[in-house]
Design a protein around this ligand. Sequence first.
Ligand SMILES: *Cc1c(COP(=O)(O)O)cnc(C)c1O
Length: 393
Amino acid sequence: MDTKNLGFDSKLIHAGDFHDEKGSAVTPIYQTSTFVFKNAQHGADLFAGKEKGYIYTRIGNPTIEALEDKLAALENGYRGIALASGMAAVTTAYLAFLSAGSHIVSTGAVYGPSRGVMESHFAKFGVEYTYIDTSDLNAIEKAIRPNTKMLYLETPANPTISLTDIEEACKIAHKHNVIVVVDNTFSSPYLQKPLDFGADVVLHSLTKFINGHADIVGGALIAKDEEVYKNLRKTMIYMGGNMDPHQAYLVARGVKTLSLRLDRAQESAMKIAEYLETHPKIEWIKYPGLESFEQHDLAKKQMSGFGSMMSFELKGGHKAGTTLMDNVKLSTLAVSLGGVETLIQHPASMTHAGVPENERLEAGITDGLVRYSVGIENVEDLIADLEQALEKI
Ligand SMILES: *Cc1c(COP(=O)(O)O)cnc(C)c1O
């Protein structure tokens, strides 16, 4: 179905989906590793690219392709690629555009493993890297070298919620022929469309908002044009980080309610942020929707909503953090984010416990920092849960 001129919600439901010849109402799961050729000529034509069709599921599969087309439509991209995980998307993007002697400039507070794999594995093959605060545009300009091939942005970044001006960052990068990849996991295309601001590739952990139900792991890359797409597709096929058809089916089902889920979650997030902002046990809170958020205007410029992710600092540091974790009841104590259930975690004792203290503090991950991903429960219940747990500190 051609959904080009339809609104975002209509695209969520219909883009990419198809009815098969048996009349399925939703896109069926083609749980098959390989596809039958009609005859020798058909097989030859498929391999030669003379005919469109399917050969082998790592290369392409109708259920996976339906999801890829939906995601591309949502991001206003040329085409999409679905992968086994968000990290498969990250490593595929690195492999596609970086080689020995090339250099990447990236957001310092980027998702930990996106930085980890660069420092531990890509460095082994001679890729150079610079991690900076990309919310400072001058720092981006200064970090770019003659061998810089990629600017990698995450906005909002995790877990400091710092934003980077995508449009201005792309202008700087493109002046130097540097490709821009944006990890859009924290916003989802409902709230932010990086390709519209000039990015070349959008990356997702589908595990989070897009699938939204905390029941699968998945990733995606969406390319702005054919050239970028072909490079990414070829890399994914060689790397082997493809998605599975059943996984694709679940993501395609989960994403249909993206806007409904996020509308509710961000409405609640705003109320919770306002509640926490004046709470005596809270040192500070970062939520893009608050007037007090230092990049509130940038959030309004490039995001159509403020999302449901927030970070706050407890008075009382590390101990206060673990006490809160041990006393919440409705908020689920777990990493990850963007699901229908509210998740809470304490980076200093959990996700970032292995980072040397000085590096952790430099990245803005303080001892009492709590990350909160608001779900779609009743907001009164969530506030009551926080209230009773904060009392224990
Ligand atoms: C979770 C996450 C990833 C990695 O995705 P997986 O699906 O866990 O492999 C990448 N970037 C961000 C911002 C994430 O939150």
